[in-house]
Design a protein around this ligand. Structure first.
Ligand SMILES: Cc1cc2nc3c(=O)[nH]c(=O)nc-3n(C[C@H](O)[C@H](O)[C@H](O)COP(=O)(O)O)c2cc1C
Length: 428
């Protein structure tokens, strides 16, 4: 790799870009002559404008339309995931530097835009260059914004150093440089909004320019399965869904321990800690429990007078727990409950502990979802507590509160039905 001088120069003299503008021609005419190995870094705003992505709609509606997921929200500010997979403020919808009443959307397909612009410039100028399309992003744990590549063609977006030795000869384990973002940030030093210069050229890093268009900036989007910060503060609760089908993959016991740790942060009456959990890791324990419960359920149904056919149909509902590779039986341990001389207050006291149990189980399920685990909270153990107590050898005072099947979801959860908070609320 060459380690020579790198220069970054602005391409000034571009006219105001409007829909249909032929960017390649305008850039070729405006800038200093592009040379082999140059990397052209262009602000997405003018790509959007040239592609007619200026629309006359309300900004909030435009953000809704461009978003697939709200990651975080505070007041009117929304951090969302766009259709492209980018996570950024306001879906990249921009109301600045555009006529009042209009907003600029990100390019429909920034990698496609980069490829087209690259081809047009290379055809016109006969040089091999790379093209990056950038947008300005904030970063979750860092103040200020910097530019990042949202489209790329002919530039290797990532440089993988994994396996290569460090200065002490030890193999690097995680180093993958996001060179396309580094180039975007560097180019912003000479272009930038304030300077009003939307295009810059980075010269001296020809090693990063590839013959093929390459994977594009899509390669910079971290796959959901590798994303440790998948859920933001706005969508973490919605991440929990009842999952009744699981893959055969085992559940990491450490993830369950972390979820139990989250569960036991729930609110509870009298500063008590009325939650206990039986974790059934072994198939033998799960099967023994479910078989005993099934027998108890069938006995109940026979007692109700159902026919054997009807019973067979009903007990099929017990299947979700059978499919789960791990079960957790949440138990209420209500010894801290106060005792009153009357039923009314005793009943209220009991309800306090029950709702505290619900809060803990909700914490458990949400924490499992954050770990990428699906869960279903099924009521059945509540209907045959003595059977469960015996099958699991539960300590005295542990009252089973259903059972939670845990595993890796076999399929993504369906969309959540929309619910209007006002239909659930009275305001006085
Ligand atoms: C106390 C309780 C008991 C439940 N029992 C069952 C059950 O026996 N079988 C089942 O399939 N789902 C059971 N569920 C899950 C609900 O069906 C599920 O929460 C509901 O369909 C809403 O879907 P969601 O959890 O994805 O929002 C139970 C939920 C709660 C809170």
């Amino acid at each position: 790799m060459s380690m020579g001088l790198v220069t970054i120069f602005p391409v000034d003299g571009l006219p105001e870009i409007t829909a249909g503008a032929e960017l390649a021609g305008l850039i070729a005419d405006a800038g200093p002559r592009l040379a082999d190995g140059d990397i052209l870094v262009i602000t997405s705003k003018i790509v959007s404008k040239a592609e007619g992505r200026v629309v006359q709609v309300d900004r909030e509606q435009a953000i809704d339309a461009e978003s697939v997921r709200v990651v975080a929200r505070r007041g009117p500010t929304r951090i969302v995931e766009t259709r492209h997979g980018l996570v950024l403020a306001a879906a990249g919808v921009d109301a600045s530097n555009t006529p009042p009443g209009t907003v600029v959307l990100l390019p429909e397909d920034p990698d496609g835009s980069a490829r087209r612009l690259r081809k047009a410039l290379m055809d016109r100028l006969g040089v091999r260059i790379g093209v990056l399309i950038t947008d300005t992003l904030g970063r979750p744990w860092r103040a200020g914004q910097t530019d990042a590549a949202i489209g790329a063609a002919g530039v290797a977006p990532l440089r993988d150093y994994r396996g290569t030795p460090d200065t002490f000869g030890v193999a690097l384990e995680v180093s993958v440089a996001a060179v396309a973002d580094e180039l975007a940030g560097a180019a912003d030093l000479v272009k930038g909004k304030a300077a009003g210069i939307p295009v810059a050229v980075v010269r001296g890093l020809a090693d990063l320019v590839t013959e093929a268009d390459g994977p594009g900036a899509q390669a910079l989007i971290r796959p959901a399965a590798e994303d440790m910060f998948r859920y933001g503060s706005a969508d973490v609760l919605a991440a929990r869904r009842t999952v009744r089908d699981f893959t055969g993959d085992p559940v990491d016991p450490a993830a369950v321990t972390r979820a139990v740790a989250a569960a036991i942060t729930a609110p509870a009456p009298h500063h008590s800690t009325p939650w206990r959990f039986a974790v059934l890791e072994s198939a033998a324990a799960r099967t023994a429990l479910l078989d005993d419960m099934l027998a108890a359920w069938i006995a109940d149904l026979r007692g109700d007078g159902f026919t054997e056919d009807q019973i067979a149909r009903r007990v099929r509902r017990g299947v979700p727990l059978r499919r789960a590779p791990l079960l957790i039986v949440p138990c209420l341990y209500a010894e801290a409950a106060h005792r009153y001389p009357d039923d009314r207050r005793n009943a209220a006291e009991r309800e306090m502990f029950l709702v505290a149990m619900g809060a803990a189980v909700q914490n458990l399920l949400v924490a499992l979802a954050v770990e990428g685990l699906g869960s279903c909270w099924v009521s059945s153990t509540m209907f045959c507590r003595p059977v469960v107590t015996k099958a699991l050898g539960l300590p005295p005072g542990w009252e089973p509160m259903g059972a939670v099947g845990v595993g890796h979801p076999a399929a993504p959860a369906p969309d959540r039905p929309p619910r209007d908070p006002s239909a659930f609320t009275v305001t006085r």
